[in-house]
Design a binder for this molecule. Structure first.
Ligand SMILES: C[S@@+](CC[C@H](N)C(=O)[O-])C[C@H]1O[C@@H](n2cnc3c(N)ncnc32)[C@H](O)[C@@H]1O
Length: 218
């Protein structure tokens, strides 16, 4: 899976992953991270997620990273915001209001971009990558994210014989393989998510679990 795949999804408006509502598990579990209002949070692979609007409403400054400039431009346009634009290395950085969105490949994101964040929200980022890239992504997060910053990680798990990702299945033991060397992993909730995502039933799934996990640096 290369970056062209995702850029083309945005060009073709093939963005079934984009949710029209704030994610329920974010609202329910975010308070457990215990972050101060005013602190910065990192949203990797942010798309144009409305979850960023909710995080800003909680008083956070939101730093996003996203490959597609279409996603970032849509996000600001849909809020009626005109971002300031600057270039940093291979990234175009657009910022307005509570948002600073870095357009480029997360694997090239400079640590400075997120050195001040107090927490991380990953919904549909880890699961966007196949297994080999999940390992690379987890290593990059561990390198980027300051030690004190917890992560709210929302993953999906299903019978991988029934559907080809993305989203890719991330079994609970895969989360441990990826993160347990650096983080204590706590499962906050596991829920049946098939009825919430009927498009996956059409792609062959008969069961789909959604996990909310809290990662705290050891
Ligand atoms: C499944 S979507 C999830 C978007 C968002 N988190 C949400 O909940 O709507 C994955 C997003 O990651 C972006 N993406 C994929 N690979 C990336 C990379 N290497 N660097 C930055 N963004 C990437 C895609 O363009 C896409 O918007």
């Amino acid at each position: 899976m290369d970056t062209t795949f995702w850029r083309e999804r945005w060009q073709n408006k093939d963005i079934g992953f984009h949710q029209p509502d704030i994610h329920e598990l974010l609202q329910k579990h975010w308070p457990q991270l215990g972050l101060a209002a005013g602190s910065q949070v990192f949203v990797p692979l942010c798309g144009k997620s409305l979850d960023m609007v909710w995080l800003a409403g909680e008083g956070h400054r939101v730093i996003g990273a996203e490959l597609s400039e279409i996603a970032i431009d849509d996000f600001f346009a849909e809020r009626g915001l005109e971002p300031a634009v600057r270039e940093v290395g291979n990234f175009i950085v657009k910022s307005a209001d509570a948002y600073e969105l870095w357009c480029g490949d997360i694997f090239e994101l400079p640590p400075d971009a997120v050195s001040g964040v107090a927490g991380v929200y990953d919904r549909a980022a880890l699961v966007a990558f196949p297994a080999d890239l999940q390992t690379r992504y987890a290593a990059k997060l561990k390198q980027l994210v300051p030690a004190g910053a917890p992560v709210l990680l929302i993953t999906l798990d299903y019978d991988a014989k029934r559907m080809t990702g993305p989203p890719f299945a991330v079994p609970r033991d895969q989360v441990d393989r990826l993160f347990a060397d650096s983080y204590a992993v706590t499962e906050l909730e596991c829920r049946d998510a098939l009825d919430l995502n009927p498009r996956f039933r059409q792609r062959g799934l008969t069961a789909l679990d959604e996990h909310a996990l809290l990662l705290r640096r050891r």
